[in-house]
Design a protein around this ligand. Sequence first.
Ligand code: F6P
Length: 550
Amino acid sequence: MPQQATTGLPAYQALADHHLQARTWQMRDLFSAPGNRFAAFSVEAAGLLLDYSKNRIDATTMRLLAQLLREAGVEARRDAMFGGQRINDTEQRAVLHTALRAPRGRPLVVDGQDVNAEVHAVLDRVCAFAGRVRSGNWTGRSGKPVTDIVNIGIGGSDLGPEMVCKALRGFADPRLRLHFVANVDGHDLDAVLSRLQADSTLFVIASKTFTTRETMMNAQSARAWFLRQGGREDELARHFVAVSTNSAAVRAFGIDTDNMFPFWDWVGGRYSVWSAIGLPVALAVGPERFREFLAGAHAMDEHFRSTPLERNMPAILAALGIWYRNFFGSASLSIAPYHQDLSQFAAYLQQLEMESNGKRVRADGSDVDLATCPVVWGDVGTNGQHAYFQLLHQGTDLIPVDFIAALRPSHALPGHHEALLANCFAQAEAFMLGKTAEEVREEMRAQNLPEDRIAALLPHRTFPGNRPSNMILMDALTPASLGALIALYEHKVFVQGVAWGVNSFDQWGVELGKVLASTLEREIGGEPRPQAHDASTSALIERARQALRT
Ligand code: F6P
């Protein structure tokens, strides 16, 4: 059955009309109007506070946006996802990352299997293994405990565990050093291996498919390195474990399937940090903290599943994104975590959002009728303030910002956290307020600048303001609050995917480059070139062949 076009929904039309007025609103005026905007436009769930009052919205905007989500079928689709239906249409798969963090004893039968029981059986194995490594009970070939863990994986098999390990480094066992190798560029693996002792190193080969070229090449090179360092084939099992859905390929690689931690095809790569792909997290922070991380995400799942869209944090975040993307034409979204330990969070969200919703056809194969996922980017505050915030304040594009901060630090350095939070809140306030020409003129007159100088500087020193932002606050960055934060964005992405009519759970767009690269790799390696390329690609191949031959 053809899908209903999003722009044809009654609420979409109503929003388009409403936008004709809303686009002229000034947030300064909205804040001066009677009533408490913070109370009206903030929501708390799973230990997170979302203050969305600094947006170009009023109560009607939010009512219409919730109506749009309802008309697009978000609630039914949400229930279908939690219920284990095959909502990933193109791959004919269920989408059950939420089941990975559901408490034990909540049966969910999919294809005749109790997913909950399977999930907890693997989770128990992951936790037991992490416990053995952390206690020194799991030893390497010469009886030494593990000191270094190298996760070899890419995309979802890298970004999630790496981001979370960085974010929770305050909870990590300092005796274990975690390394992440993703890139097929040998400089990545080489830099890590050069610092390691084979006898005390554990490699985690993480790949859902166990066919990804980058990961397989890095894994083979790591294996060869281990053997060159004096390791024997029959000792590989103590130094290599795998996380995968493909036991045949794991066996073929030479890893004992007793040391393989499985997951399932209903876990998308970018949604897999909750599965055995999170093994490096369990190794770093320990089984208990890993379970707290899962519990934090589950708390957000419960909120998302049971709260009306009007008070539903992921739905609100999604709705605001749609408001700016589709009605104001914002082509990008900036993520500004004011927490150094969230330094990888924007990179993680890039895959989550852009691989999920960077699509131009709907589930029924027809073209979408509106813009979909914006470009997602960002860096930690305050660093970004001294790099690209200029453009956010005074550039020509309207770029919404998500600020993320923890009220309490996990260090004891006096004054730093006050300064950090002051900057975070100040930026959000500055985006909203801006600085009018009148205010700038007064300021310069107070500095006794001559009138001709004031006139020349005035346009440069004026800030348009009226730039929207969200503020996501947590008490402290803990396993539970991080779990909730990631789940918040996962569900936001889900809601937007439904509203835009795309399948958020496939990623066909990455295939073409993979296929072309495998041909080119052979050609650069010296194989005759059976295939004609365009003039540019042929010349580049020739350059590479010559350089690598000499
Ligand atoms: O880049 C495409 C992709 O399939 C991602 O979705 C995935 O996270 C990544 O490659 C790695 O895949 P795998 O875990 O199968 O190695």
